[in-house]
Design a protein around this ligand. Structure first.
Ligand code: SAM
Length: 242
C-alpha cells in the first residue's frame, strides 16, 4: 500500500482533479515531500478509494489528477461495537488505533461507576484524528465511529444480535455471577456489542443490570487484563482473519 491521504470533503463523482488541503496537505508537502508525478491513494471514509497523481504542490495545498476511483471495502462482515470505559491519556489514543486496525465498527466511551473522567470534546477530536491516522496506515476506507460518551445504562439499551459484558471472576467473588468463557465469542456476521470496564472494574450492580438487559457476562481467562488489552483481545477473537 502506497501513500494514502484522507479527504475531509468528498469530491464530486466525476471531478478530474482533487485539491488536498489542511493537515493532510501539510503531511504530503512537509513530511512526505511529495513531488509532481507521484501517484498516491485518497479516501474520504465513505468506502471510495481514488488513485491520483500529484500535479502541483503549493505552500498550503496540493492539486492531484484523478486516475481512477472505486469502492473498496475492507470491513469485516461482523459490525462489532465496543463500549469501553476508556483509560487515561495516551493509552486512549493507542487503543483506538489498534481497534481501527482490527476492524471494529464503532467505539462508545462508557461512563461507569468506577470509571475515571470521560474524554472532553477536545480529546474526542484527537481520538477521531487517530481513527484517520490508523485508517491511512491499514487501508481501511470506512472510518471507525467514535460515538459520544454515554452511561453504561444507556449503552445497555442498544440492540445487538449478541451482547457480552467482560467481567473477570475472582476467587473471592461472592456475587454468584456466572461468566461464560471466551469461546462463546464466535459470531461471524450481523452485530455484536461488548462492554469493557474501567481499571476498577464493573460493579456487581452494573453486571446484574447488564444481565437483566440480556447481556452475557464473559471472562477472558484467569489473568486480569488492562482495559486496552481486554478490548484488543475481544476484537481480535471476533475479527482477526475476517
Ligand atoms: N479489578 C477489576 C475487576 O476485577 O473487574 C479489573 C478491571 S480490568 C483492569 C478492566 C476491564 O477489563 C474489566 O472491567 C473487564 O471488562 C475487562 N477484563 C480484564 N480482564 C478480564 C478478564 N480476565 N475477564 C473478563 N474481563 C476482563
Amino acid at each position: 500500500m502506497g501513500q494514502r491521504y484522507f479527504l475531509e470533503q468528498s469530491p464530486s463523482a466525476d471531478a478530474p482533479e482533487i485539491i488536498l488541503s489542511g493537515a493532510e496537505a501539510q503531511h504530503l508537502i512537509k513530511v512526505m515531500r511529495g513531488k509532481p508525478g507521484t501517484v498516491v491513494e485518497l479516501f474520504d471514509g465513505s468506502g471510495v478509494e481514488w488513485e491520483a497523481r500529484i500535479l502541483d504542490v503549493r505552500r498550503n495545498d496540493v492539486t492531484l489528477e484523478v486516475l481512477g476511483s472505486e469502492m473498496v471495502s475492507r470491513e469485516p462482515a461482523l459490525q462489532l461495537t465496543l463500549g469501553i470505559a476508556l483509560p487515561k491519556g495516551d493509552r486512549q489514543k493507542w487503543v483506538i488505533g489498534k481497534l481501527v486496525e482490527l476492524g471494529v465498527y464503532q467505539v462508545v466511551p462508557l461512563v461507569t461507576e468506577n470509571g475515571v473522567a470521560q474524554p472532553v470534546e477536545k480529546a474526542m477530536g484527537r481520538l477521531r484524528r487517530q481513527v484517520v491516522e490508523a485508517s491511512k496506515q491499514c487501508g481501511r476506507n470506512h472510518l471507525m465511529r467514535i460515538c459520544e460518551p454515554c452511561t453504561l445504562s444507556v449503552f445497555l439499551e442498544q440492540q445487538f444480535h449478541q451482547a457480552w459484558i467482560a467481567h473477570p471472576l475472582s476467587a473471592e467473588d461472592v456475587s454468584g455471577i456466572q461468566s461464560t468463557t471466551v469461546a462463546a465469542l464466535n459470531i461471524e456476521s450481523g452485530t455484536a456489542g461488548i462492554a469493557i470496564g474501567p481499571e476498577g472494574g464493573f460493579s456487581v450492580a452494573e453486571v446484574s443490570k447488564a444481565m437483566t438487559a440480556g447481556w452475557e457476562p464473559i471472562e477472558l481467562g484467569s489473568r486480569i487484563l488492562r482495559i486496552e488489552t481486554a478490548a484488543m483481545a475481544v476484537a481480535a477473537q471476533l475479527l482477526l482473519g475476517r
